[in-house]
Design a protein around this ligand. Structure first.
Ligand SMILES: [Zn+2]
Length: 54
């Protein structure tokens, strides 16, 4: 993933839009970045997947 796109998404989804939680790991949430996909989830049930080219 393009670093600028990653930073943009990281900033946008650092805090969960649903509950404001900003923790990753220990069951709090997940952040997974693959070649062209950014995935963020939260313990509250929020999850988002963004494809780099969309
Ligand atoms: Zn949340």
């Amino acid at each position: 993933m393009n670093i600028y796109k990653f930073l943009e998404l990281g900033k946008k989804y650092n805090d969960c839009p649903n509950c404001g939680n900003n923790f990753i790991g220990n069951g709090e949430g997940k952040l997974i970045v693959e070649n062209d996909t950014f995935y963020r989830s939260c313990k509250c049930g929020f999850e988002v997947t963004v494809k780099e080219n969309e």
